[in-house]
Design a protein around this ligand. Structure first.
Ligand code: ADP
Length: 435
C-alpha cells in the first residue's frame, strides 16, 4: 500500500511538472512565433514605404526599372521579392526570387511538394489604385522555429529523468511518516488482538466453571448465556484483528498449497446447512463438477480461503430473512475460477457499495451489531483474496439481494507438476511460501 502510494505520488509529481513544462514551452513557442511574425511584417512594411516613393508611372503604369538600376536597392535583402501590381491586381513587374504572384498579407504559401513556395508577404497601396508588394521566404524563420522545438524536446529528456529521480526521492520522504503511522497502527491492531486473547480465555474458563457449579446445584441463569454471547463476539473480534494485522504485513506469509476450491466451497457450504435450515433459508450449492481436477485447483492458503467463504456465506445468512434463498455457484473465466455467493437478502444501497470492503464499515450499524457482526469480515475477505492474486466484487440491489464474486487464478499445469494433485484435498500437506 505504501509502495503504491509512493508510486502514485511520484507519478503525480512527474506528471504535474511535465505538464507545467509543456505549457511553459507552448507559451514561449507562441510568443516566439508571434514576435517573429510581427517583426518580419514590420520590416516588410518599412521596406514597402521606402520603395513606394521610388515608383515611376509610365502611361499610368507603375515601374521600378530605373530604381532597380541604382544603388538605393542595395539595402533591401537579396532574398526579397519585389512585385508591382496594376489597378486590376494584375502583376506588372517582379524583381528578385520567384514569389507568390498574388496580393497577400501575412504568412502564406502556394504549390505543394518541391514546388511549394512559402513567404511572408506585405503590400502597400500606390496612387492610381496600384500596389507594391514585398515578399520574404519563410524558410529561415521556419528553421529557427524547428530548431527551437528540437531544443525543447532534447531538453525535456534529461529533465524527465531528473524529475523521475527527484519525484521518487521526495515521494519516499513524503510517505515515510505515513508508513510509520501505518506500522504503529498495524502493531496496535496486532497487540490488541493478542492482548484480548488472555481475558477472553479467562472469561471462557470462568463460564465453564460457573456452568458446572450451577449444574451441580441444579440452578439456571440467563446471565451466563449473555456473557457467553459477549465473549464469543469479543473472540471473533480479536481473531479478526489478528488476521487483519497479518494480512496487512508488507510480506504476507501464506502457507500455499494446491487446493481443490470446488470441494472446499462445497464442504464449507454444507457446514452452514444446519444454520440455514434453522433460519428457514434455502441454501443451494452448485459448484461446477469437472472431470479434470486441475480445472478447479488453486494455489492457496487453505485456512485463509476457508475464512473468505466462511465470511461470505455467514454474511449471506446474516442479511437474508427467513424463507429467503442462498445460492453458491461457480464458473470458469479464462484461467480463473469464480465462486459466487448469491442471496435474496436485504441488499446494499448503491451509494454504500464503494465502501463495503472498508474496515469497520457497516451499512446498518445497529443491525450488524445485533447479528454479531463487527464490520471486519469483508475487509479480511478482500485482503486474503488480494494476497492470492484474485479479486472480489459485489453486485447488489437494495431489497432484492446481493452476489459476491471471488475470482482466483487456477494453478497452471506446469506449477502443478511440483505438487501431488490427487492429494489436493481440503487440507493438503502445506508448503511454506510467501506472497
Ligand atoms: P459485518 O461483520 O458487519 O457483517 P462485514 O465486513 O462482513 O461486516 O460487512 C460489512 C457490511 O456490509 C455489513 O455491515 C453489511 O451492512 C454489508 N453486507 C455484507 N454482506 C452483505 C450481504 N450479503 N447482504 C447485505 N449486506 C451485506
Amino acid at each position: 500500500m505504501i509502495q503504491r502510494l509512493r508510486i502514485q505520488l511520484a507519478l503525480w509529481f512527474f506528471f504535474l511538472v511535465m505538464v507545467a513544462y509543456i505549457l511553459a514551452g507552448m507559451a514561449s513557442f507562441w510568443s516566439m512565433t508571434n514576435r517573429l511574425n510581427i517583426s518580419t511584417e514590420n520590416d516588410l512594411a518599412h521596406m514597402c514605404e521606402e520603395i513606394a516613393p521610388a515608383v515611376d508611372y509610365r502611361n499610368g503604369k507603375p515601374t521600378l526599372s530605373d530604381w532597380m538600376r541604382v544603388a538605393a536597392r542595395r539595402h533591401i535583402p537579396a532574398q526579397t521579392t519585389i512585385q508591382l501590381f496594376g489597378a486590376n491586381e494584375n502583376l506588372l513587374e517582379s524583381y528578385g526570387p520567384k514569389g507568390i504572384e498574388k496580393l497577400q498579407q501575412g504568412k502564406t504559401s502556394s504549390g505543394s511538394g518541391n514546388t511549394e513556395v512559402s513567404v511572408y508577404s506585405h503590400y502597400l497601396n500606390l496612387p492610381e489604385g496600384c500596389f507594391v508588394q514585398l515578399q520574404l521566404p519563410s524558410a529561415p524563420y521556419d528553421q529557427t522555429i524547428a530548431g527551437f522545438i528540437v531544443n525543447e524536446c532534447l531538453r525535456s529528456i534529461p529533465l524527465a529523468i531528473l524529475l523521475a529521480v527527484f519525484g521518487w526521492f521526495y515521494s519516499g520522504r513524503a510517505v515515510a511518516p505515513v508508513a510509520k503511522s501505518l506500522n504503529t497502527l498495524r502493531n496496535f491492531v496486532d497487540d490488541a488482538g493478542h492482548e484480548l486473547n488472555t481475558p477472553i480465555a479467562l472469561i471462557e474458563n470462568s463460564i465453564e466453571t460457573i456452568e458446572a457449579h450451577l449444574r451441580d446445584h441444579n440452578l439456571q441463569t440467563d446471565v451466563l448465556r449473555i456473557i457467553q454471547r459477549a465473549s464469543k463476539t469479543l473472540k471473533g473480534m480479536s481473531q479478526n484483528l489478528l488476521l487483519l494485522a497479518k494480512m496487512e504485513q508488507p510480506h504476507i506469509s501464506l502457507r500455499l498449497a494446491p487446493v481443490n476450491v470446488a470441494e472446499l466451497v462445497t464442504d464449507i457450504g454444507q457446514d452452514f446447512s444446519e444454520t440455514a435450515r434453522a433460519k428457514k433459508i434455502d441454501l443451494q450449492i452448485h459448484i461446477e463438477q469437472v472431470n479434470n481436477l486441475s480445472n478447479v485447483i488453486v494455489l492457496a492458503d487453505c485456512d485463509m480461503l476457508t475464512e473468505v467463504f466462511n465470511n461470505l456465506i455467514a454474511n449471506a445468512l446474516r442479511y437474508t430473512a427467513s424463507a429467503g434463498q442462498i445460492y453458491i455457484y461457480s464458473f470458469r473465466s479464462e484461467n480463473n475460477i469464480c465462486i459466487a455467493v448469491r442471496d435474496t437478502g436485504c441488499g446494499i444501497p448503491k451509494e454504500c457499495l464503494p465502501n463495503i470492503f472498508d474496515r469497520f464499515y457497516r451499512v446498518d450499524r445497529a443491525r450488524s451489531k445485533k447479528e454479531g457482526g463487527n464490520g471486519l469480515g469483508l475487509s479480511i475477505v478482500k485482503a486474503i483474496v488480494k494476497a492470492h492474486k484474485g479479486t472480489v466484487r459485489v453486485e447488489s440491489v437494495l431489497g432484492k439481494g446481493s452476489t459476491f464474486f471471488v475470482t482466483l487464478p487456477i494453478v497452471d499445469a506446469k506449477q502443478l507438476k511440483f505438487y501431488d494433485i490427487a492429494s489436493a484435498k481440503i487440507k493438503p500437506e502445506t508448503v511454506d511460501s510467501s506472497v
